[in-house]
Design a protein around this ligand. Structure first.
Ligand code: SF4
Ligand code: SF4
Length: 61
């Protein structure tokens, strides 16, 4: 199953990935992106493609 891995050191909390994810997997919590709904990830990589900081990697388990 695919899921996003967020590099908290690089994330600036812009929320672009939140808007890019059609599955509502991501949320910005206290200024940092968090995968709050990981089970719904379909591995589309939109979040990874849209993040301006390169802070997301979508990985397959
Ligand atoms: S890979 Fe797609 S479904 Fe998964 S968190 Fe990123 S945008 Fe959402
Ligand atoms: S798009 Fe990137 S920098 Fe912006 S909130 Fe998401 S992970 Fe953080």
């Amino acid at each position: 199953m695919a899921h996003p891995v967020i590099n908290e050191e690089e994330c600036i909390g812009c929320g672009i990935c939140v808007d890019a994810c059609a599955q509502s997997v991501l949320e910005v919590v206290d200024g940092i992106c968090e995968a709050v709904n990981e089970d719904d990830c379909i591995g589309c990589s939109e979040c990874m493609d849209e993040c301006p900081m390169g802070a997301i990697e979508v990985v397959e388990d």
